[in-house]
Design a protein. Structure first.
Length: 319
């Protein structure tokens, strides 16, 4: 019955059934609004190749970094509503944008979710040569020396920034924030010792953990991670009650009709649930979600309330 109702609604929405079935009719742009090598970029490339195979069209990943993802997200918002321009989103784009008070677009009004791709805990990382051997070492120094320790993020308002700001609020410590245009360049500086710590996404941090360049001190989730079973949670290691995760989306301009958004979501879901993609997600320490556009929108609403409280309490004003 639901499928019949959907088909019947297509002409009324100005999207002929043949057009929905034919999508895509040309290469699809998948805008990753961060620098290469971060987890948003990794996830975008993981899904791009199988989507291209399924659609019979190229899926071109474009990195458009700046303003914690909002430069690239605004480009998606302004794209034609034919589904051929999509984006990879984060907490900063969908739920923590209140930290930017002068954005040139309205993320809530001009973007719509296709699906939540995946979620994961973050991992607290320090350079291999750091004096911090445990999370307790780091926490003690941070409390004793407010503002002494510099941490990197993928940009102001990014998920890495927000989970670190939540840690500061709950622990009572004060760190110095050094924003970058993505996790990739921040990780390079962390390895080089220009910054002292990152609450990084597990997926982009794991390669450096495995190479021995970075040391994991704790994970930010409510429980330990299977990929790092010997690494305690932040709550276990000294900040009771702390828990935070990052999540990533596929999003579209608001002007894309709902039936086409649903078709794209179903195609992305098939890709995410394939054995090959699941294996790559596991390697990067992330869990597929692949929920409906409606469920994703409801999640955005609850997360916006949560992170707005952090933004208000931490007085995070980024422009």
């Amino acid at each position: 019955m639901r499928r019949r109702a959907l088909i019947a609604s297509l002409p009324l929405l100005g999207l002929p059934l043949a057009r929905a079935q034919a999508f895509p009719t040309k290469p699809v742009r998948l805008v990753v609004p961060f620098a290469p090598a971060g987890i948003a970029d990794i996830l975008g490339r993981i899904v791009a190749e199988p989507l291209a195979q399924a659609w019979g069209q190229q899926v071109v990943v474009e990195n458009k970094a700046g303003a914690s993802g909002h430069i690239g997200a605004q480009q998606v918002a302004q794209a034609p509503g034919d589904g051929h321009t999509l984006g990879v989103g984060t907490i900063g784009i969908h739920a923590a944008y209140a930290s930017y008070r002068k954005l040139a677009y309205n993320p809530a009004a001009e973007l719509q979710p296709v699906t939540i791709l995946a979620e994961a805990a973050n991992v607290v990382l320090v350079p291999a040569g750091s004096p911090y051997k445990t999370f307790a070492d780091f926490l003690a120094d941070a409390r004793a020396n407010p503002g002494k320790i510099a941490y990197g993020s993928a940009g102001p308002g990014s998920s890495i920034h927000m989970v670190t700001a939540l840690f500061e609020l709950m622990s009572g410590v004060r760190l110095t924030h050094v924003p970058y245009k993505g996790s990739g360049p921040a990780l390079i500086d962390l390895i080089g010792g220009q910054i002292q710590v990152m609450f990084e996404n597990i997926g982009s941090g794991m390669v450096h953990i495995q190479s021995g360049k970075l040391r994991p001190l704790a994970v930010t989730g409510a429980k330990r991670e299977p990929t790092l079973p010997d690494v305690p949670t932040v709550a276990e290691a000294g900040v009771p009650g702390y828990a935070a995760t990052s999540w990533w989306t596929v999003f579209a301009p608001r002007s894309v009709p709902a039936p086409l958004v649903e078709k794209i979501q179903q195609d992305v879901r098939r890709v995410l649930t394939s054995a090959a993609v699941q294996a790559r997600l596991d390697q990067n320490g992330v869990r597929a979600v692949a929920n409906s556009p409606g469920d994703a929108a409801a999640f955005f609403a609850s997360e916006t309330i949560k992170w707005n409280r952090v933004i208000e309490a931490a007085k995070l004003q980024l422009d």
